[in-house]
Design a protein around this ligand. Structure first.
Ligand code: ADA
Length: 572
């Protein structure tokens, strides 16, 4: 399953989980050799969903690789072929015919095939995880450059003439009233004109109906608002959720949503009208045995650990996370900070037309995919990029506009590590990274708490909330020397986090934090300079190691958060 609940009752869904044919194509000759029509006979097998870097023999491969799968189709009018995510570029063929391409490693896409013949069909995907100056993320990373099909691939058979191509919900709470804006698009997959009725059910009750007329092959967008009187409010202590089902003739799509408000007022972030302190931790999708394709039960276990730690929010560093993880956050009442992987981009990169276009597309696709999730409280545009330059400012400006056009309900931010930043006036929340007492660059060289005051002075005329999105120190689990203050020791990390978090908890004008990072994660080995700061090929700033075994700092942070939550007036 690609979500935690059924997303349709009328389509016949087949998940293509399992072993697929797999062939590396390091010289990029597969297309010339027509592998989309005749797959190499000596091809290997690869499990889907997975990343190839967790399979023996393919740990370090970067470049094109081909996947091959056959599946069966019954009698239907159309087929929807869905990809949860492909890292990073995909080109897809069905029965030797090109269906299309997609760029953007962490986001879903799909194709509609009209009148497929009943029987066996062959799907071939060329996947390319090469990172370059025209990709997002770019060529240098501080996480692992995985490749493959990390999320499910599934096909859906439709038996009528109308196909729901899009079903997005923007929920909100305005005072004591709930509302959702529904944006749907309907496709006539037949060659006859079509008149149909589209209905929206919320928790099984019809809430809206409209008739639609479509010419042959027409795709039509429909936007409407629905009010929800006496809403059940989504809140951390009681995360109430609604189920919405859009139905036409022989097709339906199901989505979940929650009603809650997020506002910024002065230097505070308000959830349902009440000031909330963000007690957070960042989490990459990473595990030594699974790469970025974590199975559902390990996602759950990470969330159990986060709750045990006492956090109320997670930053999904640095890309759109698996939708099942977001579903789990919705169910548990945890807040989520979501970002596109525009990570450490220079001004030169940000001025490139292809980067600007890809950034805009990824932001749109992320917001459209996830705006129904009550857990998401902010959209982040980028991390540690050149927001101290005019080129950076232009891109921030246009991305803020893109985000606001599609979602006017959530704060927009980006993550900065620049003291000379010139874009804070463009965003709703200031997010800063500072590794004082670990690294010594730019913001990292500035002592806490001066940093808060000096950054705030730069934030423009309007006072706005400030959060610390990254801070931390590396510790190798088990390194517990007698001496005090030794870098890489569990004690050094624990003491640094203790001091920093205590300071943020005391400051009413700092709206919260995200510790970097929940666990140690595998990192890129190609950046010679960075590699020297990454013993074992891992970023060791985890509160737990890569197998989720706690370090000293885990218990330190847990104790601090427990004490804070038990203070009078704080929610336990
Ligand atoms: C940056 C970056 C993170 C992380 C961190 C570190 O701030 O945003 O991805 O790698 O550095 O550990 O140095």
């Amino acid at each position: 399953m690609h979500r935690l609940f059924r997303t349709t009752t009328l389509r016949l869904q087949t998940y293509l989980d399992g072993r697929w044919g797999f062939a590396l194509d390091p010289e990029s000759k597969g297309e010339k050799k027509r592998w989309f029509a005749v797959f190499p006979s000596d091809a290997d097998k690869q499990w889907v969903p997975s990343v190839w870097n967790s399979t023996y023999g393919y740990f370090d491969y970067e470049g094109p690789a081909w996947y091959h799968k056959t599946f069966h189709v019954g009698d239907c009018t159309a087929l929807v072929i869905n990809f949860g995510a492909v890292l990073h570029q995909a080109k897809v063929w069905l029965d030797g015919e090109l269906l299309g391409e997609h760029f953007g490693g962490f986001l879903p896409f799909s194709f509609v095939v009209r009148e497929p013949a009943p029987g066996e069909h062959t799907l071939v995907v060329r996947v390319d995880n090469t990172l370059s100056s025209s990709t997002i993320p770019g060529p240098h990373l501080d996480w692992y450059r995985y490749g493959g099909l990390p999320r499910p691939v599934w096909v859906e058979e439709i038996s009528g003439q109308t196909c729901i191509r899009r079903f997005n919900l923007l929920p909100r709470l305005e005072g004591d009233r709930g509302a959702i804006t529904v944006r749907a698009s309907l496709l006539n997959v037949g060659d006859e004109p079509l008149r149909d009725t589209m209905r929206l059910e919320i928790d099984g009750k019809e809430s809206y109906a409209q008739s639609v007329t479509l010419t042959p092959n027409e795709e039509q967008e429909v936007v409407f608002d629905v009010r929800i009187p006496e809403p059940k409010v989504w809140q951390p202590e009681e995360p109430s959720l609604y189920t919405a089902r859009l139905v036409v003739d022989h097709d339906d799509q199901i989505e979940r949503f929650g009603l809650r408000s997020i506002e910024v007022r002065g230097d505070q972030i308000l959830l349902n009208g009440r000031s909330v302190k963000l007690l957070g931790v960042s989490r990459h999708e990473d595990h030594p045995d699974w790469g970025s394709a974590l199975p559902e039960h390990l996602m759950r276990r990470d969330l159990d650990i986060i709750e045990e730690l006492g956090c109320n929010t997670i930053r999904g560093g640095h890309y759109p996370n698996d939708p099942r993880f977001l579903d789990m956050c919705d169910e548990r009442g945890l807040l989520f900070f979501e970002e596109i992987p525009l990570w450490q981009f220079s001004e030169e990169q940000m001025r490139k037309p292809i980067i600007r276009e890809r950034a805009r597309n990824m932001l749109l696709e992320m917001i459209e995919r996830d705006m129904n999730h009550p857990c998401i409280w902010a959209w982040s545009l980028m991390c540690e990029s050149a927001t101290d330059t005019h080129g950076g400012r232009e891109l921030v400006k246009s991305l803020v506009q893109t985000a606001k056009e599609i979602d006017f309900t959530r704060p927009v931010t980006y993550v900065s590590d620049k003291y000379a930043d010139i874009c804070f006036d463009l965003i709703d929340v200031i997010s800063i990274n500072s590794y004082t007492d670990w690294y010594l660059d730019d913001l990292d060289a500035m002592p806490w708490p001066d940093i808060f005051d000096r950054i705030r002075e730069k934030s423009g005329a309007r006072i706005k909330p400030l959060i610390v999105t990254e801070f931390g120190a590396g510790a190798v689990r088990g390194y517990r020397p007698l001496e005090k203050g030794v870098r890489w020791s569990e004690e050094y990390q624990g003491e640094l986090l203790n001091e920093r978090i205590a300071m943020i908890l005391e400051r009413k004008d700092v709206a919260g934090f995200y510790i970097w990072h929940l666990f140690d994660f595998r990192t890129d080995q190609r950046d010679a300079e960075r590699v020297l700061r990454r013993p074992r090929g891992y970023n060791n700033k985890g509160l737990l190691d890569e197998y989720r075994r706690p370090k000293l700092s885990f218990w330190t942070v847990q104790q601090l958060l427990k004490t804070f939550r038990n203070l009078p007036g704080k929610k336990g």
